[in-house]
Design a protein around this ligand. Structure first.
Ligand SMILES: [Zn+2]
Length: 338
Protein backbone atom coordinates (compact mmCIF):
# COMPACT_ATOMS: atom_id res chain seq x y z
CA UNK A 1 0.00 0.00 0.00
CA UNK A 2 2.76 2.42 0.91
CA UNK A 3 4.56 1.71 -2.35
CA UNK A 4 1.45 2.50 -4.39
CA UNK A 5 0.94 5.67 -2.45
CA UNK A 6 4.56 6.69 -3.02
CA UNK A 7 4.04 6.39 -6.76
CA UNK A 8 0.64 8.06 -6.81
CA UNK A 9 1.70 11.05 -4.74
CA UNK A 10 5.36 11.30 -5.87
CA UNK A 11 6.59 10.60 -2.33
CA UNK A 12 9.70 8.84 -1.12
CA UNK A 13 9.01 5.38 0.28
CA UNK A 14 9.77 6.44 3.83
CA UNK A 15 7.33 9.36 3.60
CA UNK A 16 4.68 7.04 2.16
CA UNK A 17 5.26 4.52 4.97
CA UNK A 18 4.87 7.28 7.55
CA UNK A 19 1.65 8.42 5.89
CA UNK A 20 0.19 4.91 5.87
CA UNK A 21 1.26 4.41 9.49
CA UNK A 22 -0.56 7.57 10.52
CA UNK A 23 -3.67 6.67 8.56
CA UNK A 24 -3.75 3.23 10.18
CA UNK A 25 -3.14 4.75 13.60
CA UNK A 26 -6.03 7.15 13.18
CA UNK A 27 -8.42 4.52 11.83
CA UNK A 28 -7.53 1.84 14.42
CA UNK A 29 -6.80 3.85 17.56
CA UNK A 30 -8.54 7.21 17.24
CA UNK A 31 -11.83 6.55 15.42
CA UNK A 32 -13.74 9.34 17.18
CA UNK A 33 -11.11 11.89 16.19
CA UNK A 34 -11.09 10.55 12.63
CA UNK A 35 -14.87 10.91 12.46
CA UNK A 36 -14.53 14.63 13.23
CA UNK A 37 -12.25 14.93 10.19
CA UNK A 38 -14.62 12.97 7.97
CA UNK A 39 -17.52 15.17 9.06
CA UNK A 40 -15.48 18.27 8.25
CA UNK A 41 -15.28 19.61 11.81
CA UNK A 42 -11.49 19.55 12.20
CA UNK A 43 -8.60 19.65 9.72
CA UNK A 44 -6.74 16.40 9.03
CA UNK A 45 -3.48 17.95 10.25
CA UNK A 46 -4.96 18.38 13.75
CA UNK A 47 -6.08 14.75 13.84
CA UNK A 48 -2.60 13.67 12.69
CA UNK A 49 -1.15 15.73 15.54
CA UNK A 50 -3.31 13.73 17.98
CA UNK A 51 -2.12 10.45 16.49
CA UNK A 52 1.55 11.49 16.60
CA UNK A 53 1.44 12.82 20.16
CA UNK A 54 -0.32 9.69 21.43
CA UNK A 55 1.48 7.13 19.26
CA UNK A 56 3.29 5.50 22.19
CA UNK A 57 0.16 4.76 24.27
CA UNK A 58 -1.17 1.22 24.57
CA UNK A 59 -4.56 0.46 23.03
CA UNK A 60 -6.54 0.79 26.28
CA UNK A 61 -5.17 4.25 27.02
CA UNK A 62 -5.48 5.35 23.39
CA UNK A 63 -9.25 4.74 23.71
CA UNK A 64 -9.36 7.22 26.60
CA UNK A 65 -7.36 9.85 24.71
CA UNK A 66 -9.53 9.37 21.63
CA UNK A 67 -12.64 10.15 23.68
CA UNK A 68 -11.06 13.12 25.48
CA UNK A 69 -9.64 14.66 22.30
CA UNK A 70 -12.85 14.19 20.34
CA UNK A 71 -14.40 16.57 22.87
CA UNK A 72 -11.53 19.08 22.74
CA UNK A 73 -10.39 19.23 19.17
CA UNK A 74 -12.87 21.65 17.61
CA UNK A 75 -11.24 24.98 16.80
CA UNK A 76 -7.70 23.81 17.54
CA UNK A 77 -4.90 24.17 15.01
CA UNK A 78 -2.28 21.37 14.78
CA UNK A 79 0.08 23.01 17.31
CA UNK A 80 -2.71 23.42 19.85
CA UNK A 81 -3.97 19.90 19.08
CA UNK A 82 -0.53 18.44 19.75
CA UNK A 83 -0.17 20.26 23.05
CA UNK A 84 -3.68 19.44 24.18
CA UNK A 85 -3.04 15.79 23.28
CA UNK A 86 0.22 15.83 25.23
CA UNK A 87 -1.74 16.97 28.27
CA UNK A 88 -4.40 14.26 27.74
CA UNK A 89 -1.72 11.60 27.26
CA UNK A 90 0.14 12.68 30.39
CA UNK A 91 -3.13 12.44 32.30
CA UNK A 92 -4.05 9.03 30.86
CA UNK A 93 -0.65 7.49 31.50
CA UNK A 94 1.35 9.45 34.10
CA UNK A 95 3.97 6.70 34.63
CA UNK A 96 4.52 6.30 30.90
CA UNK A 97 4.86 10.05 30.56
CA UNK A 98 7.53 10.19 33.26
CA UNK A 99 9.38 7.27 31.70
CA UNK A 100 9.24 8.84 28.25
CA UNK A 101 10.53 12.16 29.55
CA UNK A 102 13.42 10.33 31.21
CA UNK A 103 14.31 8.39 28.06
CA UNK A 104 14.20 11.47 25.86
CA UNK A 105 16.51 13.26 28.26
CA UNK A 106 18.96 10.35 28.01
CA UNK A 107 19.16 11.01 24.28
CA UNK A 108 20.39 14.60 24.78
CA UNK A 109 23.21 15.72 22.54
CA UNK A 110 25.09 18.71 21.19
CA UNK A 111 25.54 18.86 17.45
CA UNK A 112 27.38 20.83 14.81
CA UNK A 113 25.79 20.97 11.37
CA UNK A 114 27.71 22.46 8.50
CA UNK A 115 25.77 24.80 6.23
CA UNK A 116 26.76 26.43 2.96
CA UNK A 117 28.61 29.69 2.32
CA UNK A 118 30.62 29.79 5.52
CA UNK A 119 27.95 29.17 8.15
CA UNK A 120 27.22 26.31 10.49
CA UNK A 121 24.54 25.53 13.05
CA UNK A 122 24.79 24.30 16.62
CA UNK A 123 21.99 22.55 18.37
CA UNK A 124 21.52 21.16 21.83
CA UNK A 125 18.75 18.58 21.55
CA UNK A 126 16.67 16.91 24.25
CA UNK A 127 18.02 19.03 27.06
CA UNK A 128 15.84 19.09 30.18
CA UNK A 129 13.23 21.77 29.54
CA UNK A 130 13.95 23.67 32.76
CA UNK A 131 17.65 24.07 32.02
CA UNK A 132 17.12 24.80 28.33
CA UNK A 133 14.52 27.46 29.15
CA UNK A 134 16.76 28.96 31.82
CA UNK A 135 19.65 29.08 29.31
CA UNK A 136 17.47 30.74 26.67
CA UNK A 137 16.12 33.31 29.13
CA UNK A 138 19.68 34.04 30.23
CA UNK A 139 20.91 34.61 26.66
CA UNK A 140 17.79 36.62 25.79
CA UNK A 141 18.20 38.96 28.77
CA UNK A 142 21.84 39.62 28.02
CA UNK A 143 21.03 40.26 24.37
CA UNK A 144 18.28 42.74 25.31
CA UNK A 145 20.70 44.63 27.54
CA UNK A 146 22.98 45.12 24.54
CA UNK A 147 20.12 46.44 22.41
CA UNK A 148 20.78 50.10 23.13
CA UNK A 149 19.96 53.06 20.89
CA UNK A 150 22.87 52.84 18.46
CA UNK A 151 23.05 49.03 18.32
CA UNK A 152 22.33 48.01 14.74
CA UNK A 153 22.16 44.25 15.26
CA UNK A 154 18.71 42.68 15.51
CA UNK A 155 17.67 40.87 18.65
CA UNK A 156 18.04 37.54 16.82
CA UNK A 157 21.59 38.45 15.85
CA UNK A 158 22.40 39.63 19.37
CA UNK A 159 21.10 36.40 20.90
CA UNK A 160 23.24 34.41 18.48
CA UNK A 161 26.32 36.50 19.27
CA UNK A 162 25.77 36.31 23.03
CA UNK A 163 25.25 32.53 22.93
CA UNK A 164 28.38 32.06 20.84
CA UNK A 165 30.45 34.23 23.17
CA UNK A 166 29.26 32.16 26.10
CA UNK A 167 30.01 28.87 24.37
CA UNK A 168 33.57 29.90 23.59
CA UNK A 169 34.01 31.05 27.18
CA UNK A 170 33.71 34.85 27.04
CA UNK A 171 32.46 36.26 30.31
CA UNK A 172 29.31 38.25 30.84
CA UNK A 173 28.76 39.97 34.16
CA UNK A 174 25.60 40.63 36.11
CA UNK A 175 22.91 38.50 37.54
CA UNK A 176 20.15 37.41 35.24
CA UNK A 177 16.66 37.28 36.63
CA UNK A 178 13.55 36.27 34.77
CA UNK A 179 10.31 34.56 35.44
CA UNK A 180 8.96 31.61 33.54
CA UNK A 181 5.63 30.37 34.83
CA UNK A 182 5.29 26.82 36.08
CA UNK A 183 1.75 25.67 36.91
CA UNK A 184 1.14 22.77 39.22
CA UNK A 185 -1.74 21.77 41.43
CA UNK A 186 -1.49 21.88 45.21
CA UNK A 187 -1.70 18.10 45.75
CA UNK A 188 0.98 17.39 43.16
CA UNK A 189 3.20 20.11 44.62
CA UNK A 190 2.84 18.49 48.04
CA UNK A 191 3.79 15.10 46.55
CA UNK A 192 0.38 13.58 47.32
CA UNK A 193 -0.30 12.77 43.68
CA UNK A 194 1.43 12.97 40.31
CA UNK A 195 -0.62 15.15 37.97
CA UNK A 196 1.53 16.47 35.14
CA UNK A 197 2.33 20.16 35.51
CA UNK A 198 2.48 22.81 32.83
CA UNK A 199 5.31 25.10 31.82
CA UNK A 200 4.19 28.26 30.00
CA UNK A 201 5.28 28.19 26.37
CA UNK A 202 6.17 24.49 26.52
CA UNK A 203 3.15 22.45 27.66
CA UNK A 204 2.96 19.54 30.09
CA UNK A 205 5.95 18.22 32.02
CA UNK A 206 6.15 15.25 34.43
CA UNK A 207 5.16 15.87 38.06
CA UNK A 208 8.57 14.81 39.40
CA UNK A 209 10.39 17.33 37.21
CA UNK A 210 7.90 20.07 38.17
CA UNK A 211 8.54 19.47 41.88
CA UNK A 212 12.31 19.57 41.32
CA UNK A 213 12.00 22.85 39.45
CA UNK A 214 9.63 24.38 42.02
CA UNK A 215 11.94 23.47 44.89
CA UNK A 216 15.15 24.57 43.18
CA UNK A 217 16.93 27.39 45.08
CA UNK A 218 18.16 29.31 42.03
CA UNK A 219 15.17 28.70 39.81
CA UNK A 220 14.14 31.22 37.18
CA UNK A 221 10.70 29.68 37.33
CA UNK A 222 7.81 31.18 39.17
CA UNK A 223 5.69 28.42 40.58
CA UNK A 224 1.98 28.94 40.37
CA UNK A 225 -0.16 26.65 42.49
CA UNK A 226 -3.63 25.81 41.27
CA UNK A 227 -6.70 24.43 43.02
CA UNK A 228 -6.84 20.69 42.19
CA UNK A 229 -10.61 20.84 41.80
CA UNK A 230 -11.19 23.96 39.73
CA UNK A 231 -7.84 24.52 38.03
CA UNK A 232 -7.92 28.14 39.21
CA UNK A 233 -4.84 29.91 40.53
CA UNK A 234 -4.69 29.86 44.33
CA UNK A 235 -1.14 30.94 45.00
CA UNK A 236 1.56 32.76 43.09
CA UNK A 237 4.96 31.88 44.46
CA UNK A 238 4.94 32.44 48.19
CA UNK A 239 2.49 35.31 48.15
CA UNK A 240 -1.26 35.40 48.13
CA UNK A 241 -2.37 36.00 44.62
CA UNK A 242 -4.83 38.83 45.26
CA UNK A 243 -4.74 41.66 45.83
CA UNK A 244 -1.00 42.16 46.27
CA UNK A 245 0.11 40.83 42.92
CA UNK A 246 -0.39 43.46 40.25
CA UNK A 247 -3.16 43.34 37.72
CA UNK A 248 -0.66 42.86 34.91
CA UNK A 249 0.74 39.76 36.53
CA UNK A 250 -2.76 38.43 37.17
CA UNK A 251 -3.67 38.76 33.51
CA UNK A 252 -0.41 37.20 32.32
CA UNK A 253 -0.76 34.29 34.72
CA UNK A 254 -4.38 33.72 33.68
CA UNK A 255 -3.68 33.91 29.95
CA UNK A 256 -0.40 31.92 30.05
CA UNK A 257 0.02 32.38 26.30
CA UNK A 258 -0.73 35.07 23.73
CA UNK A 259 -4.50 35.09 23.34
CA UNK A 260 -4.43 35.33 19.55
CA UNK A 261 -6.02 32.04 18.46
CA UNK A 262 -3.29 29.57 17.57
CA UNK A 263 -0.39 31.59 19.00
CA UNK A 264 1.67 29.89 21.72
CA UNK A 265 4.10 32.65 22.73
CA UNK A 266 4.26 32.83 26.55
CA UNK A 267 2.08 35.58 28.02
CA UNK A 268 4.71 36.84 30.43
CA UNK A 269 6.55 38.45 27.54
CA UNK A 270 3.34 39.71 25.91
CA UNK A 271 1.79 43.16 25.72
CA UNK A 272 -1.38 43.73 27.70
CA UNK A 273 -4.07 45.10 25.46
CA UNK A 274 -7.23 46.91 26.55
CA UNK A 275 -10.33 45.65 24.81
CA UNK A 276 -14.02 45.57 25.75
CA UNK A 277 -17.21 44.05 24.37
CA UNK A 278 -17.63 47.00 21.98
CA UNK A 279 -14.11 46.59 20.68
CA UNK A 280 -12.86 49.78 22.32
CA UNK A 281 -9.21 50.13 23.27
CA UNK A 282 -7.77 52.23 26.06
CA UNK A 283 -7.74 55.46 24.01
CA UNK A 284 -11.43 55.06 23.23
CA UNK A 285 -12.43 54.69 26.88
CA UNK A 286 -12.07 51.00 27.70
CA UNK A 287 -11.69 50.60 31.48
CA UNK A 288 -8.76 48.82 33.10
CA UNK A 289 -9.60 45.51 34.78
CA UNK A 290 -8.94 41.80 34.52
CA UNK A 291 -11.93 41.29 32.22
CA UNK A 292 -10.81 44.00 29.77
CA UNK A 293 -7.14 43.10 29.49
CA UNK A 294 -5.77 40.38 27.24
CA UNK A 295 -2.18 39.30 26.72
CA UNK A 296 -1.07 39.58 23.08
CA UNK A 297 2.43 39.07 21.70
CA UNK A 298 3.88 42.08 19.89
CA UNK A 299 3.17 40.75 16.39
CA UNK A 300 -0.46 39.93 17.19
CA UNK A 301 -0.92 43.15 19.15
CA UNK A 302 -0.04 45.11 16.01
CA UNK A 303 -3.05 43.59 14.22
CA UNK A 304 -5.32 45.74 16.38
CA UNK A 305 -4.30 48.79 14.40
CA UNK A 306 -4.53 47.14 10.98
CA UNK A 307 -7.69 48.20 9.10
CA UNK A 308 -10.26 45.41 8.77
CA UNK A 309 -9.30 43.56 11.95
CA UNK A 310 -11.71 43.74 14.86
CA UNK A 311 -11.11 42.59 18.45
CA UNK A 312 -13.80 42.25 21.10
CA UNK A 313 -13.78 40.75 24.59
CA UNK A 314 -17.12 39.45 25.84
CA UNK A 315 -17.99 39.66 29.57
CA UNK A 316 -17.12 35.96 30.07
CA UNK A 317 -13.54 36.71 28.96
CA UNK A 318 -13.72 35.29 25.44
CA UNK A 319 -11.61 37.19 22.91
CA UNK A 320 -13.31 37.29 19.49
CA UNK A 321 -11.14 38.36 16.57
CA UNK A 322 -12.77 39.13 13.21
CA UNK A 323 -10.47 39.14 10.20
CA UNK A 324 -10.76 41.37 7.11
CA UNK A 325 -12.43 38.36 5.41
CA UNK A 326 -15.14 38.55 8.12
CA UNK A 327 -14.15 35.23 9.70
CA UNK A 328 -14.41 35.29 13.50
CA UNK A 329 -12.05 33.30 15.71
CA UNK A 330 -12.44 32.98 19.48
CA UNK A 331 -10.07 32.16 22.30
CA UNK A 332 -10.31 31.59 26.02
CA UNK A 333 -7.44 30.59 28.30
CA UNK A 334 -7.38 26.80 28.57
CA UNK A 335 -8.40 25.51 32.00
CA UNK A 336 -5.40 24.30 34.00
CA UNK A 337 -4.66 20.67 34.77
CA UNK A 338 -7.37 19.22 32.54
ZN1 LIG B 1 0.72 35.98 19.48
Amino acid sequence: MAEELALALCLTKSKAHALVGRAEGLADRFPQVLRLVEEGHVPLASAVAVNDAAAWLDAGKAVVVDRVMAGRLMGKNPTQARRSTNAAVARADPEGFEERARRQCEARRFRLRHGVAGVAGLSLDNAPVDRATAAYVCVDRLARRLKTGDETRTLDQLRADVAMDMLVGKQFGGEVKAHVYLYLDALTYAGLRDRPAELAGHGVIPASLARDIAAGPKTVFQRIITDPGTGQVVELGRRRYRPKAGLAELVRVRDRECRHPGCTRPAQFADLDHCDSRGRGWKKGCRTGPSTLVGLCRADHRLRDVPGWEHKVTPDGTLAITTPAKQTYRSRPEPLGR
